[in-house]
Write a protein of this length. Sequence first.
Length: 378
Amino acid sequence: MAALINHSTLQGAKRLLYMTHLAIGDFVYQGVWLRALKAKYPHLTIDIWFDDCRTKPHDWATGRNKILGEWIDAIGDFNETYPIVSNLDERQAAIKRAQGKQYDTIVFIGKNRPEQFAKIARQISPTATIVASKSGSLLGTIKGHQYFKKLDATFNYDKLASNSQHVTDLYRQCFNIALGLETKDLLDGKTQLSIDIKPQYRDSVKPLITALTDNDADKLVVFINHLSTATKKDYPWEQVKALLLQLNHQFNNLVFVINTPPDQLRAVEEAISQDVALKPLPILTFTALNNFFELPALIGLCDIVISVDTATAHLAVCMGKPQVTIMASDFKLWQPLGDSLVLEGKGKAKSVTPEQVCKAFSCQVEAHFNGTGKYQPR
């Protein structure tokens, strides 16, 4: 079956705009296909629009814009980016800037607000070849049809998702249908991005780990991320505390890194410093303030990861770390690949008990560190 944007069209195109509501976890799995597209068509200038096209923009996206911008720029395969806007005037400015690029082709791959992406894509260019995914009830609405009929082709995102075992399979199908990319086009055969950590970022966080472990190579460094972008996926602090105390009781050589978003760092620091039971524990609180790559660099220096369903779970996969993942529910599409024990809750992450997490953690430690100095149960 021919791709909706075929090989000859891409060969003749000069500039392509890729549109999606991009989160950090999404880019782990979409980025490999965008890199494959650039490698297959090196003459093609690829720009990325990751404004989420909300009809009522929010101003909370500064951190995500910074992280994605730094990551996309560091890869070096892409040119212009259009980040999440905080108001409609910013979006109109982005549309005007995009109109000046004279795109030959525009592709939208995603689930949320497809009719808005379709509307904006055609505003950006009245002549470009535009292909978009469609999703949800909008497949049948008059408003959605009004925007989609102005495109060159569409495909059903929900149908592909329902037939996929994992998000890697979903994106494989999307990029194959839209752009004709195949698994053989992937640069290293991996379905998630590898992260190249420059020495400057590793060097910037290494002293933190050295101080935390007191330069003892037998200390097992545990990276914990308990917060996400949705309350139901967060692991409550009281349960984090119970987990920390239980792990510390079970093992005699653990040190902990608690990762937080910048706006939560102070609250977590205060919760630890004011808690009589937690204060004596070897705990480092961390947030990547200067550059996104500080976060994967730090994960790379840790031994094992405990994370809720958020970007750090997928970054741990990129960094090749064993982990325990706490999911709010059985959402297999987004379970991290790699060496992960996944604990599925019932609607909320907090339904997974600290005892369950501790048991899974113990299994991972025994599997990876038994027979080493780092395996030191009490």
